[in-house]
Design a binder for this molecule. Structure first.
Ligand code: C2E
Ligand code: MG
Ligand code: MG
Length: 569
């Protein structure tokens, strides 16, 4: 009875095993000790195209692709016999002769006395996985838009070229290429067209190069080229001219004829430097100088481009990219009623999240932005963002506030009125929720023109505030003629309160002056209670400073935007 049921169980198990083997997704091959195939499953036929009739009695060697040498199989068999198992990748060939990579596991099956009775091998076709890996490798090394090497690949390729150039005394060149006003095209025709243009540009650039030259895309509309097959630096100029010439024909994209030019900077190995980082940096600097010269031109790096410290130049080129790379952001510092602690508005202060240097304060980069003229586009961005943000908060139903935006001297010309009004209109923000901070020195130059402008602003209903007040030379009679709403006592005076007699006297005078002109007075840089109390006693209306809040990111600022919230005045 027991024997019979055991027997039944064995039969059941065998059927079960053979069903499992047959339905397995992996190819399975069983051979005897002499490696003669005695069984294969359905997946085997699917992967290899061999039927069981094709292979029974043969050895698995019939599937060899010829891609592995003898040593490979010797090591494989050594592992199977000594460790009873081997696993690895083998290129096998199918019945039609095509080969494919397989992930193979081979086991030796032994009897009770330890003699090998069978071999059992299972494998799967991993060509898909291999091509996925290949794609990943491709993505890591090449730019997906153009198929050109990316920055990392460029570096590793050029490092080798530099070693050879050094050994053989070769002259080389690095070119930095940047399209002129590419952003306009992206903005007006959309990113699809922008991408297509980048692809077509890269194809045209390639036609100017020899196979030994390397071109890579560094991102955006920036390309870098290495020329290590030139005799003199002048050869690099020939290549640059060729490149500029290929741009003479417009690109036809999505039915639009697009004309674009490029600016090219060139550094020369070994004259300018033997170090790749420096060569690229110098080419980059030369490229920006080419842009300053009016674009659509090339320029060699020259030492006198270096009169200002390299760090500063690096910072300058970083700042030029900061806007495109969305590295700028806004912080908001509350301004509060000095009597009630109620928030009356906030000053918008720009921040720069530099990829390596971290948060850079405007004190460091605004002067640079002013010197380079970048402050105009940065200022426009700040205005646009601040107005959009304010509108967004209002749409969310948060209590309304007035945001004060700093205006740089270069922005302060008659066009500003139109610019401001257009931005307000675009975001549908009521004009009274915008205040502009200008400085004394800005209104003192060109007074007549400024008065006209300020009158226009007044008509718009945009409020004007005089920042850093007291540091210039404003006379009372002068101030009377300007339609402004607010004086901001500069923090350098507030700092000395109450100890410094001079600061106390100046602050008192400014507050008195503001009152007599019917202006609101706000003190900035208020850090202590004593300062607060002094200012209140003197009749100051509002304060702004660390005592109540530092400038904070939007996410924190909204927490203060509660209609019942009060600073402890
Ligand atoms: P500002 O317009 O006079 O701005 C006030 C500065 O004082 C801010 O420095 C603010 O963080 C700081 N501050 C506020 N409260 C206190 C305090 O209690 N103690 C101390 N020690 N400092 C306080 P920040 O943000 O570094 O800005 C510096 C300057 O950069 C600004 O001076 C402004 O002239 C300029 N700036 C900032 N954002 C912009 C902008 O969007 N456009 C332009 N053109 N200039 C900007
Ligand atoms: Mg300010
Ligand atoms: Mg100020």
């Amino acid at each position: 009875m027991n024997d019979v049921s055991n027997q039944d169980k064995k039969v059941d198990n065998l059927q079960l095993y053979s069903q499992i083997i047959e339905s397995s997704g992996e190819a399975i091959v069983i051979t005897d000790a002499a490696e003669k195939i005695i069984s294969v499953n359905r997946a085997f036929t699917q992967i290899t195209q061999f039927t069981s009739a094709d292979v029974l009695g043969q050895t698995p060697r019939m599937m060899r692709s010829g891609r592995h040498d003898r040593q490979f199989f010797e090591e494989m068999w050594a592992s199977v016999t000594q460790k009873s198992a081997w696993a690895g990748e083998i290129w096998n060939s199918r019945k039609d002769g095509s080969s494919y990579p397989a992930w193979v596991v081979i086991r030796a099956v032994k009897d009770d006395t330890g003699n090998i009775t069978h071999y059992f091998s299972s494998f799967s076709d991993i060509s898909e996985r291999m091509s996925a890996e290949e794609r990943i490798r491709q993505l890591a090394l090449y730019d997906s838009l153009t198929g050109l090497p990316n920055r990392a690949t460029f570096y590793s390729l050029i490092k080798q070229a530099l070693v050879i150039a050094n050994r053989d005394n070769i002259t080389g060149g690095i070119m930095f290429i940047d399209l002129d006003r590419f952003k306009n095209i992206n903005d007006s025709l959309g990113h699809g067209a922008g991408d297509e243009l980048i692809r077509r540009v890269s194809a045209r650039l390639k036609t100017c190069l020899r196979s030994s030259d390397v071109i890579a895309r560094l991102g955006g509309d920036e390309f870098v080229v290495s020329l290590f097959d030139i005799k003199t630096a002048a050869d690099a100029a020939i290549v640059a001219k060729k490149m500029l010439a290929t741009f003479a024909t417009p690109f036809l994209i999505e039915g639009h004829e697009i004309s674009i030019s490029a600016s090219i900077g060139i550094s020369v190995y070994p004259d300018d430097s033997v170090d790749l980082d420096n060569l690229i940096k110098f080419a980059d600097i030369a490229m920006y100088r080419a842009k300053d010269r009016g674009r659509n031109t090339y320029l060699f790096y020259a030492n006198d481009m270096n009169v200002r410290s390299l760090d500063r130049l690096q910072m300058e080129s970083d700042l030029r990219r900061a806007l495109d790379r969305r590295e700028l952001l806004l912080h908001y510092q509350p301004q509060a009623n000095i009597h009630t602690g109620e928030m009356t508005g906030a000053e918008v202060l720009v921040r720069w999240q530099h990829p390596e240097k971290g948060m850079v304060s405007p004190g460091q980069f605004i002067p640079l932005a002013e010197e380079t003229g970048l402050v105009v586009s940065i200022g426009h961005w700040v205005l646009d963002q601040a107005v959009a943000q304010n509108k967004a908060w209002q749409k969310q139903g948060l209590p309304v506030v007035k945001l004060a935006v700093n205006v740089a001297a270069q922005q302060f010309h008659p066009d500003l009125v139109n610019e401001v009004s257009a931005v307000l209109k675009e975001h549908e923000l009521a004009n009274e929720f915008l205040e502009l901070e200008i400085t004394e020195s800005m209104v003192m130059n060109n007074a007549e023109q400024v008065i006209e402008m300020l009158k226009e602003m007044e008509k718009l209903g945009v409020r004007m505030s005089l920042d850093d007040f007291g540091t210039g030379y404003s006379s009372l009679s002068y101030l009377k003629r300007f339609p402004i709403h607010k004086l901001k006592v500069d923090q350098s005076f507030v700092r000395g309160i109450p100890g410094d007699e001079n600061d106390v006297a100046i602050t008192r005078a400014i507050i008195g002056m503001g009152k007599s002109l019917g202006l609101k007075v706000i003190a900035e840089g208020v850090e202590t209670r004593e300062q607060l109390e002094f200012l209140r006693a003197e009749g100051c209306d509002e304060i702004q400073g660390f005592l109540f809040s530092r400038p904070v990111p939007a996410s924190e600022f909204v927490k203060l935007l509660d209609k019942d919230f009060r600073f402890p005045a």
